[in-house]
Write a protein that binds this ligand. Structure first.
Ligand code: KG4
Ligand code: ZN
Length: 350
């Protein structure tokens, strides 16, 4: 088969059901994201069983909406790319099963995409001129890691978090400060009104060798400070703003310091920052300032490509299809899976 033109992407690894049509891996024809914030808000976090049930209700409508916005019938599609992992298995299975069934009905190939490879591809969707090799910093609710993004080979892990992901730390700090779900955006909104120097929170590993991260100590430091100040009662708004700003400043400092370290000596000196936390304003500003100082290039996708979406899955899937990968009906979903892992059987075994 020649390279596919129109790829349908489907993403359902956590609490977003998303579908998108992308042309030749670069041009977003249509992208639809159905979030579930209202489903999980009463619980202050994602409830896996509720997430997968909502996906079952949404999947057909979301894929239909993406095709309608693209002005296409499903018969116009050349391939389906669907997130196969990592993520919540119940959630993943909904998008995966739908994607496989659609590909089977249309007689077109299906490929499984690693969710983090999808996030990395979002940078190339955002910047048409961006080409591997470059350094990718993935900052999301489940991942915090640096990769060397290579041409025609899976991304190479340079270092990742030893404990919590940075987005998870944002979400936990939101709960400690009694800020509304989802946590990341509400912490950064509160931080705008606060003093980032109010509390000198730790910057874990920032100056140390290696390219790993750690956020659990920072989260605990915030918990101790909240307890010390509030003693179980709600904090005044000014204190919430100061703690949010001080936490955000510490988390951002760590991300910038580790990225600078990864960029030192990298040729070409080029960085893409992707994942939900890449929508954070302070991170964008601080990283751009570091890029000017250290003379590296930095790409941030627009906020709607930072958080989970299916355009990035279609783009990453396109790259796999061009390399000849096809996964077929034996493709499964995986709660944990390394980024370069082979997914599904080769077509010869189908
Ligand atoms: O990439 P994503 O949508 O899902 C995962 O793959 O995890 O990332 C979601 C994470 C959440 O932890 C959310 O709180 C965080 O991204 N996030 C933010 C912002 N917007 C989303 N964190 C900090 N500042 C933001 N503006
Ligand atoms: Zn994600």
């Amino acid at each position: 088969m020649s390279d596919p033109d129109l790829v349908l992407g489907i993403e359902s690894s956590c609490d977003e059901m998303a579908a998108a049509v992308v042309r030749r891996g670069r041009e977003i024809v249509a992208s639809v994201v159905h979030g579930q914030a209202e489903v999980h808000r009463p619980y202050g976090g994602v409830v896996p069983e509720l997430a997968s049930r909502d996906h079952v209700r949404a999947v057909s409508r979301v894929v239909g909406a993406a095709l309608e916005r693209a002005g296409l019938e499903s018969e116009a599609l050349d391939a389906v790319a669907v997130t196969a992992g990592p993520g919540l298995v119940g959630s993943l299975l909904v998008g995966l099963s739908f994607g496989k069934a659609l590909a089977y009905r249309l007689g077109i190939p299906v490929v499984g995409v690693h969710h983090v490879a999808g996030h990395l591809a979002s940078a190339e969707l955002a910047d048409d001129a961006l080409r591997a090799p470059y350094v990718g910093l993935v900052v999301s609710g489940a991942h915090t890691a640096l990769y060397r993004v290579r041409e025609a080979a899976p991304p190479l892990l340079l270092g990742e978090t030893r404990d919590d992901a940075v987005g998870e730390a944002f979400d936990k700090v939101a709960r400690l400060l009694r800020l509304p779900y989802p946590g990341g955006p509400s912490v950064s909104a509160a931080a705008l009104r606060g003093d980032p120097r109010a509390v000198a929170f730790p910057r874990p590993l920032a100056g140390e060798p290696g390219l790993e991260f750690s956020f659990s100590g920072l989260k605990t430091a915030v918990a101790i400070e909240v307890e010390r100040r509030a003693g179980g009662r709600p904090l005044p708004a000014a204190a919430v703003a100061d703690l949010a700003a001080s936490f955000e400043a510490a988390a951002v400092d760590v991300l910038v310091a580790r990225a600078r370290r990864a960029l030192a000596g990298a040729r070409p000196a080029r960085l893409a920052v992707v994942g939900g936390v890449a929508a954070n304003r302070r991170l964008r500003e601080r990283m751009q300032a570091a890029a000017r100082e250290d003379a590296f290039e930095v790409v941030f996708p627009p906020p709607d490509l930072c958080t989970d979406n299916a355009a990035m899955i279609a783009a990453a899937g396109f790259a796999l299809l061009v390399r000849g990968e096809r996964h077929g009906m034996s493709l499964n979903s995986f709660s944990r899976i390394p980024i370069g892992a082979t997914l599904g059987a080769s077509p010869a075994l189908e």
